[in-house]
Ligand binder design. Sequence first.
Ligand code: HEC
Ligand code: HEC
Length: 359
Amino acid sequence: MCFSSTIITKHSIHFRSIIIFSFIITTVYNCQNFNSEETNKKNSELILSTQIFLDMSYALSTQEKAKLQIGFLPDQSPGAENDSKELIQLGNKIFRDINLSANRIQACITCHPLDGRSAGMDRQSTSRGTFGQLGKRNTPTILNIGFSSVLFWDGRRTTLYEQAIDPFVNPLEMSLPSDTELITRIQNDPSYHNHFSNTFPNDPTINLHKVRLALSAFQRSLVSKSKFDDFVKGDIFLLNKQELDGLNLFLDSGCNNCHSGFSFGGNGFAKLEDETLYNPNDFGKYEVSGNTNDRFVFKVPSLRNVFLTGPYFHDGSVSSLREVIIRMNSYKKNQTMDNSEIEALIAFLKTLSDRTKSN
Ligand code: HEC
Ligand code: HEC
């Protein structure tokens, strides 16, 4: 068996192509010597190098496909280039400050834990607010949120700047009576004064605009590093056969029609296939737009870190990723997936996890 090198011409300047090219040479060499020597040893070497070559071309062609159809996560969220270190630090402080909730026990970080191996959401179906009141929606992770142009499950906000004050005054979250109360509490806490004067040396006045700027800068800084991105950027040895199969399945079954781009979602909406499966008290986007076509339309969530962020869906009603995939797959009614395909998809989704997180 002898091979053509056309498959790798696009990668000819890439050093990995050199490795592949040397495999081809070895294989061709083996091909030529095979007939003359006909030893078992040569035979098994040939089979081995053929297998390695096939594995590498599978990885390379999958990488090429992922590069074209998905891309990789940039190192910075849009707008982060203007965020100073001081602004991010101030945002981090506000994000963690329990004194900014009605009874001073809850902060953003309570529902969006980030420290250590936590992946930006609390693993509850729906979270409890300051007074134990149960919200109706699942808490999304805020890792990579800077790449999302649709915020909240119903898309009622489009920028982190607009969104920043909502949780403080949301009666299901931190329950402050007003945004004036928020500013008063920050003003009354001397530990903020240096932060504001270092961040805004020309005008250290504490106001809502600056709180918004700081919280959005902090959240923009939460960019995760995954195995998938390193694979697309160049290391074709990173994904094993099952993960590559899952990636191909993801693209071939049209998951990326909705979970599109390098964020795998986060920038659009879709209607659920069977509204009876979900909480009938949540109409999704309709609650914001009032348009009847928007009933049960929800944000298509980003799938980055999805392996770490169950329970799933806007109402946290499904705890296993397997069940989610079966339901997602039924969006295309004529399509069924067998067990090994579901396992492959899960293996692939796992490669989207931040390398430092395990929840
Ligand atoms: C009581 C738990 C809780 C607290 C506290 C909380 N959040 Fe959330 N967060 C949620 C829930 C639940 C949602 C989804 C709500 C919805 O879609 O209606 C959410 C959504 C978000 C989103 C949009 C995510 C997306 O993928 O659309 C951002 C950003 C966010 N929160 C940031 C914050 C910040 C900043 C704070 C502090 C000022 C905060 N949260 C405090 C529970 C909480
Ligand atoms: C028609 C658009 C569409 C297609 C196609 C689609 N999804 Fe989804 N996906 C959604 C929407 C919308 C949600 C959120 C639903 C909800 O919250 O009720 C979602 C949620 C998910 C979730 C749960 C995420 C979370 O954080 O709760 C996973 C996992 C998922 N999809 C995987 C897939 C896979 C795998 C495929 C391909 C087999 C797929 N999706 C195809 C629209 C789609």
